[in-house]
Every structure is written in structure tokens, then in C-alpha cells.
Design a protein around this ligand. Structure first.
Ligand SMILES: C[S@@+](CC[C@H](N)C(=O)[O-])C[C@H]1O[C@@H](n2cnc3c(N)ncnc32)[C@H](O)[C@@H]1O
Length: 198
């Protein structure tokens, strides 16, 4: 039977410190991608942000319109404390809520272990909702796992072929390739993806 990966599930994971996905720093593949972004005023979203180390990196590097959303109150409250300086400066918003209910427009969305945390039945919705959240020519970029999809998860795996099926109808697939700068424990198990809204 499919696990209910709802708010109480995720909040409980944080309450029990069962957060094996949390690497404790921004992932090198994403910082490298961010280093290539020129417009510091673009609207950037990190959904299912968890401890959002990538957000700190963005803010430290001058990005001014960063939005984070997570469904787990515990981690959202901690983030609001940890990053309050940026919130007060008006450069950061930290939202408690369901990504699928967000209704705004962003220029860039960063993916890091959010897709793989969702029940696989949500993948179609993920692709279409990402499309609806992006401005024309907006980008969804980040990391997706590449190991076989089974009932075991989260994290749930997937393949290039599967990702092409979900994202192909909505995006120009600019990159969907083996990630060369994964962190050690994820080496050979990640794809770097860069999708432009068409
Ligand atoms: C595996 S964790 C990844 C956290 C973070 N991206 C990282 O890499 O450390 C998945 C995160 O997605 C959040 N989440 C799950 N479903 C969500 C939803 N529908 N809307 C927003 N956040 C959600 C969880 O609370 C959790 O923080």
C-alpha cells in the first residue's frame, strides 16, 4: 500500500531527526549552476526546501528574490529563525505549505531531492505544476536520481526515459545527463537536469 507522504509524515521525520537526505551544505551541482546565473533579481523558488542550504548560498551571492516552500512546520519554523536577517531585508520568503497549491510565477526553480520524495503517482502533476509556475522560458534545474523505481522509498528512483516522458511535453530538455559533480555517496546515482519552459 502507498505510504501517506503527507505533512505529518514529513514533520515527524524532522521531529525524529530521520533526515538522511540532508547533506548539511549546498550541493556542488547546484552551486555550480547558481554561479552561472547572471540576473540577481530573478525570482527563484526552492520547493520541498528542507534546510535549504542552497538558499543561503543564493542569498550570500546577492540573489534578491528567493522563495522557499516546505510542508513541514518544524523545518519551516527553523528556517525562519535561521534566515530571519534575509527575510527582514525583503530578499527571502519562507512559506509553509503544499507546493501543489502554490500559484505564482518564478524565473528559476531549483530541484534537490523533492521530486524523489513525492509518491511516484504525483510525477505527472509535478511536471505540469512546474510548467504552470514558471515564466515563459523559465528554467527548472537540479538533480534527479537515476536508479530503478520500485515501491521502496522515499527516495523513489527513475530513469532518463521516464523523465523524458514526464517533462518532454512541457519543457525543452537542455540537459538530462549523468551528474559529474555529485557528492560521494550519490556518485553514479544522479542526473543533472536543466529544463526550459516551452
Ligand atoms: C527528502 S526531503 C528534501 C529536503 C531538501 N530539499 C534537501 O535536499 O535537504 C523532501 C522535502 O519535501 C518536503 N515536502 C514533501 N511534500 C511536499 C509538498 N507537497 N509541498 C512542499 N514540501 C513538501 C518535505 O517536508 C521535505 O522537507
Amino acid at each position: 500500500m502507498e505510504k501517506s507522504l503527507d505533512q505529518s509524515y514529513w514533520n515527524q521525520r524532522y521531529a525524529e531527526a530521520q533526515t538522511g537526505w540532508d547533506i548539511g551544505y549546498p550541493s556542488p551541482a547546484l552551486t555550480k549552476f547558481v554561479d552561472g546565473l547572471r540576473d540577481k533579481n530573478q525570482r527563484i523558488l526552492i520547493p520541498g526546501c528542507g534546510n535549504a542550504y542552497e538558499a543561503e548560498y543564493l542569498l550570500q551571492h546577492g540573489f534578491n528574490q528567493v522563495t522557499l516552500i516546505d510542508i513541514a512546520p518544524l523545518v519551516v519554523n527553523e528556517l525562519k529563525q535561521k534566515l530571519k536577517q534575509y527575510i527582514n531585508e525583503g530578499r527571502l520568503r519562507v512559506l509553509l505549505g503544499d507546493f501543489f497549491e502554490l500559484n505564482e510565477t518564478f524565473d528559476t526553480i531549483l530541484e534537490q531531492t523533492f521530486f524523489c520524495a513525492l509518491p511516484p503517482t504525483m510525477r505527472q502533476n509535478y511536471a505540469s505544476h512546474m510548467y504552470s509556475l514558471l515564466a515563459p522560458k523559465g528554467t527548472l534545474a537540479g538533480l534527479l536520481f537515476c536508479f530503478p523505481l520500485t515501491d521502496e522509498g522515499p527516495p523513489f528512483g527513475g530513469s532518463v526515459e521516464e523523465y523524458e516522458r514526464y517533462f518532454g511535453p512541457y519543457f525543452e530538455i537542455q540537459k538530462l545527463e549523468a551528474c559529474y559533480n555529485s557528492i560521494k555517496p550519490r556518485e553514479g546515482r544522479e542526473l543533472f537536469v536543466k529544463l526550459m519552459k516551452i
